[in-house]
Design a protein around this ligand. Structure first.
Ligand code: PLP
Length: 395
């Protein structure tokens, strides 16, 4: 039975909690494009919030999912499946050779990383406090909310989970001032995503690594949004020349199949022994089949090179628009994680783009966020910039 648009909207209205102010119904995706229920086509520079990084319904991922779905979907982690160790090895080889725990979402991956830090701290001086950054975002579960440095997300959900303190991003002195006898770790996004596409300075991150070493603190990175090739490296920390103690990832890991993971250095292999942490759905045969296909595709299609090339081109075009339209105050970001500060014109620009067939995202205060797929073409960037040009011209 095919339902009409009005029937679907009415059903959604009646039966789904309105925790989102949702846009129209999307029915089909292919590569960089999405189609809504009215048949309108959009150039998608939102990509499900940096989830479908290979484009919608990438054939290699679709094939892997379909084949695995017909063979074995789930056995729980009481048994092993064939795909989980293979994906863990791929993640280790693409990062710092650590060990991996599989989860289902970004929040759950961060939650695991927080538990890992507390478990380690419980054996290393009874420490549990984690220094987090103002303006950060780590998820919507109670602990990841408590770690999130934007209080509006916490309003009404108090009491907050304890053990999190806040310092300023890109400000080492501010972090140093928060270190106390109970401090166990620093948790930070290498590029703040929801906060407004703000990359951490390399000098700051290098000094932060040293600070953590001096005080025996774990350096934990949230790469849920900036990982998986988004910045032109598999993981954003690889721009710095050192590795963290632990790192979370999620969004693009399954190109749309829900999955998350965190990985820690091999030396921490015994911090979470059997029974201390678990997830029924974590690392299913199906999700891991998608994850393997994602990494294989990034390598096979040399997408990290494309990110670098298209990033240079996109930033060049955006700076030209900035020169033409003073409403764009700054253009910033790294790789294909792109932000433009447009202040109070954010909503108007997003709506204008949408009307002309370009999907982008808000972030932070007044930031226009664009997250094109890693295989975006020059022509698609031209199309996006032409739409932006039109929208800015008629503001
Ligand atoms: C999206 C995001 C999360 C939360 O991921 P979910 O899958 O929505 O739980 C956590 N951290 C960062 C940096 C994110 O961008």
């Amino acid at each position: 039975m095919t339902l009409t648009k009005d029937q679907l909207l009415a059903m959604q209205d009646q039966y789904v909690l309105k925790t989102y102010s949702r846009d129209t119904i999307m029915t089909r995706g292919e590569g960089s494009y999405l189609w809504d229920i009215d048949g309108k086509r959009y150039l998608d520079f939102a990509m499900g919030i940096s989830v479908c990084n290979l484009g919608h319904c990438h054939p290699a991922v679709t094939k892997a999912i379909c084949e695995q779905a017909a063979k074995l979907v789930h056995v729980s982690n009481l048994y092993q499946n064939e795909n989980q160790p293979q994906l863990a090895k791929i993640i280790a080889e693409a990062s710092f050779g650590g060990k991996v725990f599989f989860a289902n979402s970004g929040a759950e991956a961060n939650e695991g990383l927080i538990k890992f830090a507390r478990k380690w701290g419980s054996r290393n001086g009874g420490r549990y406090e984690i220094i987090c950054m103002n303006n950060s975002f780590h998820g919507r579960t109670l602990a990841t909310l408590a770690a999130t440095g934007r209080s509006k997300y916490r309003d009404g959900f108090q009491p907050d989970v304890q053990g999190f303190v806040f310092a300023d991003f890109n400000d080492l002195d501010s972090i140093r001032a928060k270190i106390g006898p109970k401090t166990v770790a620093v948790l930070i996004e290498p590029v703040q995503g929801e906060g407004g596409i703000i990359p951490a300075d390399k000098a700051f991150m290098t000094a932060l690594r040293q600070l953590c070493d001096e005080h025996q603190l774990l350096l934990l990175l949230d790469e849920v949004q900036c990982g998986m090739g988004r910045t032109g490296k598999y993981f954003a920390y690889q721009h710095y020349g050192f590795a963290p103690d632990g790192m979370s990832m999620a969004k693009a890991l399954g190109n749309g199949l829900p999955m998350g993971a965190f990985t820690v250095q091999q030396k921490y292999h015994d911090v979470l022994p059997p029974g201390t942490h678990a997830s029924t759905f974590g690392g299913t045969a199906l999700a891991c089949a998608a994850g393997i296909a994602v990494f294989q595709t990034i390598a096979h299609e040399k997408l990290l090179d494309n990110v670098q090339a298209m990033s240079d081109y996109f930033f060049g075009e955006l700076r030209a628009l900035q020169a033409k339209y003073p409403v764009i105050k700054t253009v910033r970001g790294i790789g294909l994680m792109v932000g433009a500060d447009v202040g109070d014109k954010q909503a108007a620009i997003l709506a204008g783009c949408r009307e002309l067939g370009l999907l982008a995202l808000p972030a932070g205060e007044g930031i226009l966020r664009m997250l094109p797929p890693l295989n975006v073409s020059k022509g698609q960037i031209d199309d996006a910039c032409a739409i932006l040009d039109k929208v800015l011209a008629r503001l």
